[in-house]
Design a protein around this ligand. Structure first.
Ligand SMILES: Cc1ncc(COP(=O)(O)O)c(C=O)c1O
Length: 389
């Protein structure tokens, strides 16, 4: 293969540099000048437009996906004595949210090809105590939604989807955000759509949306903006011990413009994905499998599997080599049952979820962001090729 053109510069390539445009910056300044910083008209507009984007009846903007997961699981009725079936190949926030409701996370293995929760393994993990299925759209690839919907229907369960990686995803002709009882999105700094920190829950249930809104702001029956708006009632009632999970207008100011550019940014991520696919095709690493027909993959993580026996280098050696070149990478994820807290609290051990362990030991996510230049992508490809030569 001929050498790829690279930049002469060896400027660092960060793992997920946010793509922030002039629109986001101007809207933040307008928000600062408006005198209204916290939950207000921009949050309301962001919720409306996000609901339209995914086609969901209700959207609630919150401070993080972790908050979205907590509120959704509570609204789904998860609590002490209940079990929630989820994947071990996820960020700790997925399982932590279950624990914060008082319920117990029960892990089931992944499909080694898609890296998503395997519906058959999830079905085998369902017990009389199971209340919720909590699949994660890993790296932006939608899970087998029809299989989880059928399992939930057959066993009388609710589905909460962790769509932290998957705002743009579509499966079986349906947009993620409309396929579960509750869908939770993340707008953390590295995500395809960012507000710095932030999250969203979508649901078709008006009653659940109202309960989550109250729970997201101290359990007060009216939010601050309505309390202080002109001529509005100055009063509120505390109806539960709620949380401080509301989103600020300062965050929504960024989100409104990110959302408007989301599909354009996805198109750029798809281009970069193809560059990686082409540039790494002849290397002895496992690349992400293409999405199924009719699926929109949100292209959040380009993860390769690096097997020392096949590549001659371990994942960690490759990662160190790339870091020495100024190239940021990340590990998604160390399987949760291998983390000390989950191991000790739930008596878990290596060997229980072999597919998740296989990925966990070998996975490496390469830089991916709509703001990456072609030359930066070429530099990453060259560095990986050089390291594995
Ligand atoms: C799969 C998954 N779920 C949940 C979260 C939590 O998102 P947040 O940081 O918005 O709370 C993350 C964050 O990276 C994630 O990757």
């Amino acid at each position: 293969m001929p050498p790829l053109t690279t930049t002469a510069a060896s400027a660092p390539v960060s793992f997920a540099r946010p793509s922030i445009g002039a629109g986001e910056i101007a809207e933040v300044i307008d928000t600062l000048e408006s005198g209204w910083l916290t939950t207000g008209p921009r949050v309301q507009a962001f919720e409306r437009r996000f609901a339209e984007y995914v086609g969901a009846p209700h959207a609630l903007a919150v401070s993080s996906c972790s908050a979205a997961l907590h509120l959704s699981l509570l609204a789904a009725g998860a609590g002490p004595g209940d079990e929630v079936v989820t994947t071990p190949l996820t960020f700790c926030a997925t399982a932590n949210a279950v624990i914060h409701t008082g319920a117990t996370p029960v892990f089931a293995d992944i499909d080694p090809v898609t890296m998503n929760l395997d519906p058959a393994a999830a079905a085998a993990a369902v017990s009389p105590r199971t209340r919720v299925l909590l699949p994660v759209h890993f790296g932006g690839r939608p899970v087998d939604v029809p299989a989880f919907t059928a399992l939930a229907r057959d066993r009388g369960l609710l589905v909460v989807e962790d769509a932290a990686h998957a705002a743009e995803a579509v499966v079986a002709g349906r947009k993620i955000g409309t396929t579960a009882d509750f869908t939770c999105f993340s707008f953390y700094a590295t995500k395809n759509l960012t507000t710095g920190e932030g999250g969203m829950v979508t649901t078709a249930s008006e009653e659940a949306a109202t309960r989550m809104r109250v729970a997201s702001l101290h359990g007060m029956s009216r939010d601050a903006w309505r309390r202080y708006e002109h001529g509005g009632p100055a009063d509120y009632e505390v109806v539960m011990a709620g949380f401080k999970y509301n989103m600020m207008d300062l965050q929504a100011a960024i989100g409104l413009h990110q959302l408007a550019r989301l599909d354009q940014m996805l198109a750029r991520r798809e281009q970069i994905w193809r560059q990686y696919d082409d540039g790494l095709a002849d290397l002895p690493v496992t690349r992400p499998v293409p999405p199924d027909a009719g699926m929109v993959h949100a292209r959040h993580l380009y993860t390769i599997l690096v097997d020392r026996d096949v590549c001659g280098r371990s994942r960690d050696e490759l990662r160190a080599r790339l870091a020495a070149e100024g190239i940021g990478t990340a590990i998604h994820f160390t399987a949760l049952h291998l983390q000390p807290f989950f191991r000790e609290r739930f008596g878990l051990r290596r060997g229980q979820f072999p597919n998740a362990e296989f990925v966990s030991d070998r996975t490496l996510s390469l830089p991916l962001s709509a703001s990456l230049a072609d030359a930066e992508v070429a530099r990453v490809i060259d560095a990986v090729r050089e390291a594995l030569r």
